[in-house]
Design a protein around this ligand. Structure first.
Ligand code: BES
Ligand code: MN
Ligand code: ZN
Length: 495
């Protein structure tokens, strides 16, 4: 879909469908009233009949319009006539695109940038329109014989007042960059484990590096990691025929002296559980265990395209976790890169084994902050469901910055405590720490484990086990938490 900003008056614009908003007290938005006049009160007729109520997210398509430049009008309910919350705004946008994407409509004009949204400007609203529309029309057809895509919309025109045209244009550029980042994240997530292996992820990263010279890619293979002493990480890949990779994406967009923001993404291209084998139902979804890594790639892609004035380093430890004669066994003791020894009490708690060595590795970059994202614990689904990602960390400023970014991006986040008392659960009789903390507070004890390797910097951990993909009939990657991370980076760039 192509997106353009338009500041010309509605009267001279042409399209297959115009999207306008109506409030619950039946008050028309500005563009709705213009369209109403242009059609001799057609929208009012619908309101009078009670066919349009203005409830948030309601859509009514008026498709028989007396001849003019506009073929159809989609009326979208905006709820009460007060400034909308960001969440409600996205809900209205999603309703609009959902009702149009399976029609024959090719060109649309979206006037919803004129809605008043709490603490939002034209730039943010333009970005949201693109993000929401892009998200809704994404389809993973790579392995379908019939690749026909439902969406027929080719052109989206976003109207903006003349005075706001520059910031709307900025929002458009950001929106396009973020949309590409999210698409890449979703695509990598949806790819099956037999295609998307650690080697494949590394190749995709190298490909990005070729496309964007400001992005420097380097790949460590198992021999390199052996030299670094990454005993915890390598113990996981030992049980797989696919060699592990450590992918580094280095973007130096800021000044030379400023310390980098490090993003670490768990890149388990398939998690069978290892010797502590998972049960069969739903195991296919463990192809999504690399979604943290994919989100790091997507975030860097967007950041590079937006030319953010920041130094950002992405680190993606990637492996499979399989049962094998050479796999980790319960009771095995590993020596991590930090020197700490780890007793493996459950081989399915493999994410933290990759992440702990990556956290130690991150020290050498002298980071300003380190944020890791990982589909780390099923317990996170029990605690928080599929609504927010879990947030834990050792730095209140960083955690609060992330919470603020999650608010702005509607990519929600909920902080859990990382209190010392929980560390008790990781005690081992035979090593410095165990890799699991028992059945209580699984998300917290996983983060406690990581925290022991993140003592030297400001660190936050996002558990995205419940948010990185949808299960059920709409199974598919979500691209989260790319919107959140990008918002955090945009805020950092301005701050
Ligand atoms: N990748 C899984 C976590 C996961 C499970 C994410 C289900 C999303 C849905 C992780 O490697 C794992 O297996 N964690 C174990 C930890 C346990 C053994 C302490 C889990 O959650 O069961
Ligand atoms: Mn696992
Ligand atoms: Zn896993």
């Amino acid at each position: 879909m192509e997106y353009v900003i338009e500041t010309a008056p509605l009267e001279i614009l042409q399209c297959d469908c115009l999207i306008v908003g109506v409030y619950q007290d039946l008050k028309l938005s500005d563009t709705a009233s213009i369209a109403n006049q242009m059609t001799n009160g057609l929208i009012s007729k619908f309101l009078d009949r009670g066919d349009i109520t203005g409830k948030i997210g309601e859509t009514v398509l008026i498709n028989a319009i007396p001849d003019g430049l506009i073929e159809r009008i989609l009326v979208v309910g905006l709820g009460e006539d007060t400034p909308l919350s960001g969440k409600k705004y996205r809900k209205a946008l999603l309703a609009a695109i959902s009702s149009l994407k399976k029609t024959t409509i090719k060109s649309i004009i979206c006037s919803l940038g004129e809605c008043e949204v709490i603490a939002a400007d034209q730039q943010w609203k333009t970005r949201q329109i693109i993000e929401v529309f892009n998200d809704a029309v994404y389809q993973f057809t790579a392995y379908k014989s019939n690749k026909e895509i439902d969406n027929k919309i080719e052109k989206v025109t976003i109207t903006a007042p003349k005075a706001d045209s520059i910031i709307a244009q900025l929002g458009l550029l950001q929106g396009l960059a973020i949309a590409e980042g999210i698409n890449l994240t979703k695509l990598l997530g949806d790819l099956p484990g037999n295609i998307c292996t650690p080697t494949y992820l590394a190749e995709q990263a190298l490909q990005l590096g070729k496309q964007y010279p400001s992005l420097d890619i380097s790949i460590l293979d198992e021999a390199d990691m052996e030299k670094l002493g990454m005993g915890a990480l390598l113990s996981v890949s030992r049980g797989s025929r696919q060699p592990a990779k450590m992918i580094t994406l280095d973007y130096q967009g800021g000044d030379k002296l400023s310390k980098p923001i490090i993003l670490i993404g768990k890149g388990l291209t398939f998690d069978a559980g290892g010797i502590s084998l998972k049960q069969a139902p739903g195991m296919d979804e463990m192809k999504y265990d690399m979604c943290g890594g994919a989100a790091v790639m997507g975030t860097l892609l967007a950041a590079v395209q937006m030319k953010l004035p920041l130094n950002i380093i992405g680190l993606i430890p990637s492996s499979e976790n399989m049962p094998d004669g050479d796999a980790n066994k319960p009771g095995d003791i590993l020596t991590s890169m930090s020197g700490k020894t780890i007793e493996v009490l459950n081989t399915d708690a493999e994410g933290r084994l990759l992440l702990c060595d990556t956290l130690t590795y991150a020290e050498r970059f002298n980071p300003d902050v380190v944020i890791d994202l990982a589909t780390l614990t099923g317990a996170c689904l029990v605690a928080l469901g599929r609504v927010p990602s879990g947030l834990l960390g050792n730095c209140d400023v960083l955690c609060n910055d992330l919470l603020a970014a999650s608010e702005t991006s509607s990519d929600s986040l909920w902080r859990l405590p990382l209190w010392e008392e929980y560390q008790e659960q990781l005690k081992s009789n035979f090593a410095d720490l165990a890799n699991i903390g028992g059945k209580d507070a699984g998300t917290i004890t996983a983060a406690c484990f990581l925290s022991q390797f993140a003592e030297k910097f400001n660190w936050a951990h996002l558990d995205i086990a419940g948010t990185a993909w949808r299960t059920g009939p709409t199974k598919g990657a979500t691209g989260r938490p790319v919107p959140l991370l990008i918002q955090y980076l945009i805020n950092r760039a301005h701050g």
